[in-house]
Ligand binder design. Structure first.
Ligand code: DOR
Ligand code: ZN
Length: 450
């Protein structure tokens, strides 16, 4: 469904400047970007008054776990995509550690078919690597909707794991496209889990899954990418050491990302939030958080992601160390980053670079991530002054909670627009949850990759 829409008098965050003006979406595409305005409404066009709002390209989140199929009590492609839309996200890339795992063409075709019926935003999917599925990995190469191969080099949620060198070499040698690695070293991890098994205090999590675990795997993945000239994306960088090490080693072949929560939380938040802040790789220390910010600013880190990984509060309630790792994030990532901007940590243009243009570039997603004529009409209109305290009950994710419960965030998406269609809307005085206004399956399309 290709929407027709005119946004008037918004502060448009363009690739090189911010300027007040109008933007028209026609037939689902950005038809006109008019700095200084002057566009007149046409018959049948939805007109949105953007006065006082900033117009951003729709956010692209290249790292979510929407649990479809297998765990609808945590999320599915409908609830996850509605939650994403509530957070200003118009495209997402979904991870393969579902039940069953997405490790072959049939499973991926099924996911794409389900997303076509249920997703309210655009979508792409990773295929999961196993120790013996290279032919499956090859079979989805170049298929629309397939963004890359995910390798868990260390165990996390689910049972996807490839850590032996011979298996990794086989995958890097015999596949194309992008390999995205969860970089934690399995051998070190297992020996430390055994060593730490008597610790029940949550601080033990970051001590156990330590920086060395991550650094070893990051170095191994980098060497594999270079030896095989294979595009590599290292997901959720967490430590200053990895970011420093990568800064001189990346070249064009390697990209990386950071999660909003690793830019926001440190050891003190883990103490306060407990198992809600439990994730892999862990939330680390103040110095890591600050270093990640500086490596984001100097371009070592290419984009910001959520790693939206919902688990029910009931599952979390068993406490550390048994609680599952992961937290929801799609609804709060943009407001959290806008709050960082408000606090002076970065600019609104930085946020567009890191959350819109950056992910589009990393995954070579066609025609998205910037307000450019001819690009897709995916937009987010945000109110930078809207400050609200978010509570668990404000969320769309099926698990019904957020690690930011009780915190005030300043800067909220008021309209999220996919192909020129409004999919989520908030009023400044209305409920923070807002309204999800898309019909399931009517808006999101499968993403195409160059
Ligand atoms: O904390 C995490 N949760 N890290 C992962 O690698 C997986 C994710 C999940 O799927 O729950
Ligand atoms: Zn993840």
């Amino acid at each position: 469904m290709n929407g027709r829409l005119l946004v008037q008098n918004a502060m448009m965050v363009l690739p090189n400047r911010i300027v007040e003006g109008d933007l028209r979406v026609s037939n689902g595409l950005i038809k006109t970007v008019a700095p200084f305005g002057g566009l007149q409404p046409e018959i049948g066009e939805l007109v949105i008054d953007g006065t006082g709002l900033h117009l951003l390209p729709g956010v692209i989140d290249p790292h979510v776990h929407f649990r479809d199929p297998g765990n609808p009590e945590k999320e599915d492609l409908e609830s996850g995509s509605r939650a994403a839309a509530a957070g200003g996200i118009t495209s997402f890339l979904d991870m393969p550690n579902t039940s069953p795992n997405a490790t072959n063409r049939l499973a991926l075709e099924e996911k794409i078919a389900v997303a076509a019926k249920k997703a309210v935003t655009h979508h792409g999917f990773f295929i999961g690597a196993t120790t013996n599925n290279v032919s499956d990995l090859q079979s989805v190469q170049g298929m629309d909707g397939i963004c890359g191969i995910k390798i868990f080099m260390g165990s996390s949620t689910g049972n996807l794991l490839v850590h032996e060198q011979k298996h990794l070499e086989n995958i890097f040698a015999n596949t194309g496209g992008i390999i995205a690695t969860h970089a934690e070293d399995e051998i070190r991890l297992q020996s430390r889990i055994a060593e730490f098994k008597h610790r029940t205090d949550i601080a033990a999590h970051a001590e156990c899954r330590d920086i060395e675990c991550a650094l070893i795997a990051t170095k191994r993945a980098t060497a594999l990418a270079k030896d095989h000239s294979h595009r590599l994306h290292i997901v959720h960088l967490t430590s200053g050491k990895e970011a420093d090490w990568l800064s001189s080693k990346k070249g064009d072949l390697i990209t990386t990302e950071v999660c909003t929560q690793h830019l926001t939380f440190d050891q003190d938040d883990v103490e306060k939030l407990g198992v809600r802040a439990l994730m892999n790789p862990p939330i680390r220390y103040t110095e890591d958080k600050e270093k990640l910010w500086s490596r984001l600013k100097d371009g070592t880190i290419d984009c910001i992601v959520t790693d939206h990984a919902p688990h029910t509060l009931e599952a979390k309630s068993v406490g550390f160390p048994k609680a599952p790792a992961g937290m929801p994030g799609v609804e709060t990532s943009l407001p959290r980053m806008l709050t960082h901007a408000k606090e002076g940590k970065c600019s609104i243009s930085d946020i567009v670079k890191w959350m819109c243009a950056g992910p589009a570039k990393v995954y070579a997603i066609k025609n998205k991530g910037s307000l450019i004529e001819g690009f897709d009409g995916d937009l987010t209109l945000v109110d930078l002054e809207n400050h609200r305290i978010i509570q668990d009950s404000d969320t769309w994710t099926r698990v019904g909670w957020t690690p930011y419960d009780g915190m005030e965030l300043t800067g909220w998406p008021m309209y999220t627009i996919v192909d020129g269609n409004v999919v989520h809307k908030r009023d400044s005085g209305g409920s923070l949850r807002g309204s999800s206004v898309a019909l399931a399956g009517s808006t999101g399309r499968v993403l195409k990759f160059n």
